[in-house]
Design a protein around this ligand. Structure first.
Ligand code: HEC
Length: 487
């Protein structure tokens, strides 16, 4: 068997050299797709559909279905049945990358086979528990990022380029709100989240997060609040702004989301700005979830408030790029979603002072298919409640608290950019017990919000629009009628 494997290995490397790579690259820098093509495709087929060896995309696993079982198959082989052992040829990181790659291919195969609703032109969709229509609320937006609701029924929508827009009685007002902060609008940076204080009917406070321009092309996420008066953002106060020396260049990973805890605190997230190691560094604001009081002051009981050199607003760290934050309506727990690299998107329950591991542990690999690490767990670091490998590019998250979809009450809804989907997650005792893809492929999902009117609001990019899920009772699953049937 070893000889058979040896000849395949050699022929794979020769194959590579004929396409112009004179030297075989060291194992940990090899693209996983090349690795698969040169070492595995002969036996498992170029698309993993199976040949001499079994299919790796049919969800049938003889030697263990979990990641550890698949990694073991690759390391140790099944010599008697013709599967070589690769522990000598592949580093643990390469093996981990192959597991992720196998997961990606399996998910692709499943999503090709599945027929998931692609709601068009307000046509009703039947889902597991409720039928709904996806109804357009506002178009004509330019890369909308988030939506929030004023006590008088108007909606505020941020546009990434730096405009705060108003939707009034179903109409997008032509003029943006004047006087909002200047933003650094490049790549993923710009005007980001907007939140309305829970008691805004009395105090009027509107919170904004944005990429704040610093020296020499650098930027960092900053937080302000202000009030709306005659189309202007007034009485502005800066609540969080990092010292200028801590700003970072680069266009990626700003976070950010807000959530109030109803006890006078505001949570917000900042991505690691593409500087992986910063996520582990408590003297830097990026790669963290933060907690401040609603007026920007630092709560004394923050986990690092008294620690020399630490940013006192830090609540948790080791977070890569968190773009979803939500408070469980019953338990009050803080839930967070963050983008992983290629693989390893995470759903976390955030607890104070905890380390969520990035980049020391992750279920993902580099975007170019080269491995990052084989470590998915380590003492002293939190495991995600759930990880999506392959990545769906998980963005926003919110618990449904309305009553128009009674069976969705307290379920977590998450939106995905790359996979263009909204998922419903049922959570029981801190665990995800069920996931449903509600719909797919009508735009990149940037924000999902349970509206005060009981509808579920969704902000899409490409094409840009604000839409909402409204009940389509005639189609409720229990009715047994075909989609589109009249009552
Ligand atoms: C010489 C042919 C051959 C090559 C090369 C080969 N495999 Fe296999 N592989 C097999 C066979 C045959 C089996 C079935 C073993 C058995 O019946 O237990 C198998 C089984 C497996 C399994 C377990 C499947 C299950 O159902 O549990 C995995 C995972 C796997 N291979 C991955 C790989 C990967 C990744 C590579 C490349 C690094 C690779 N194999 C290269 C022949 C091969």
């Amino acid at each position: 068997m070893f000889n058979a494997f040896r000849s395949i290995l050699t022929c794979g490397l020769l194959g590579l050299s004929t396409v112009g790579q004179a030297q075989p690259t060291p194992s940990s820098r090899r693209d996983v797709a090349d690795l698969y093509a040169s070492l595995c495709a002969n036996c498992h087929g170029p698309k993993m559909e199976g040949a001499l060896g079994p299919s790796l995309v049919d969800d049938i696993w003889k030697s263990g279905a979990d990641d550890a079982g698949i990694a073991r198959s690759i390391r140790e082989g099944q010599l008697a049945s013709g599967m070589p052992a690769f522990s000598g040829a592949l580093s643990p990181q390469d093996t981990r990358a192959l597991v992720i790659y196998i997961r990606e291919q399996g998910a692709r195969r499943r999503s090709e086979a599945a027929s998931i609703a692609k709601p068009v032109a307000d046509k009703p969709v039947r889902s597991e528990l409720h039928a709904f229509k996806l109804e357009t609320v506002a178009e004509g937006l330019d890369t909308p990022w988030s939506v929030a609701f004023l006590p008088d029924g108007r909606m505020l929508v941020t546009e990434k380029a730096g405009r705060l827009r108003v939707v009034e009685k179903g109409r997008l007002l032509p003029e943006p709100i004047a006087g909002t902060p200047d933003v650094w609008s490049r790549g993923q940076g710009g005007l980001l989240d907007v939140a309305v204080h829970p008691d805004a009917a009395k105090n009027g406070w509107i919170y904004l997060s944005y990429s704040d321009p610093g020296a020499n092309g650098s930027a960092m996420t900053a937080i302000v609040r202000g009030k709306l008066r005659e189309g202007r953002f007034v009485e502005q106060q800066t609540l969080f702004r990092a010292p200028p020396g801590l700003y970072r260049t680069g266009n990626v990973h700003f976070g950010s989301r807000f959530v109030f805890d109803g006890k006078g605190h505001l949570f917000f997230s900042i991505g690691e700005r593409g500087q992986k190691e910063d996520a582990q560094d408590l003297s830097r604001p990026n790669g963290k979830v933060h907690r401040i009081r609603e007026d920007g002051s630092i709560p004394k009981d923050n986990p690092f408030a008294g620690r020399e050199g630490a940013i006192p607003s830090i609540w948790s760290y080791g977070n890569r790029n968190p773009q979803g934050l939500a408070r469980h309506p019953v338990t009050g727990d803080l839930w967070e979603t963050e983008h992983g690299p290629r693989g390893g998107d995470e759903l976390n329950r955030i607890e104070p002072g905890r380390n969520y591991g990035w980049p020391v542990i992750t279920y993902g690999m580099n975007y170019d298919g080269t491995p990052m690490t084989d470590r998915t767990a380590q003492e002293g670091m939190q495991q995600p409640v759930l990880h999506w490998t392959p990545s769906i590019a998980v963005c926003a998250a919110d618990f449904y608290t309305g009553s128009r979809f009674p069976q969705w009450k307290n379920d977590l809804f998450v939106g995905a950019l790359a996979e263009q989907e909204v998922r419903r997650l049922r959570i029981e005792n801190g665990k995800v017990v069920h996931q449903e893809v509600l719909f797919k492929d009508v735009g990149r999902v940037r924000d999902v919000v349970s509206g005060p009117d009981g509808y579920l609001y969704v902000v899409f990019n490409d094409p840009d629009r604000l839409a909402r899920l409204v009940p389509a009772p005639a189609l409720e699953p229990a009715s047994g009628k075909a989609p589109g049937a009249k009552p």
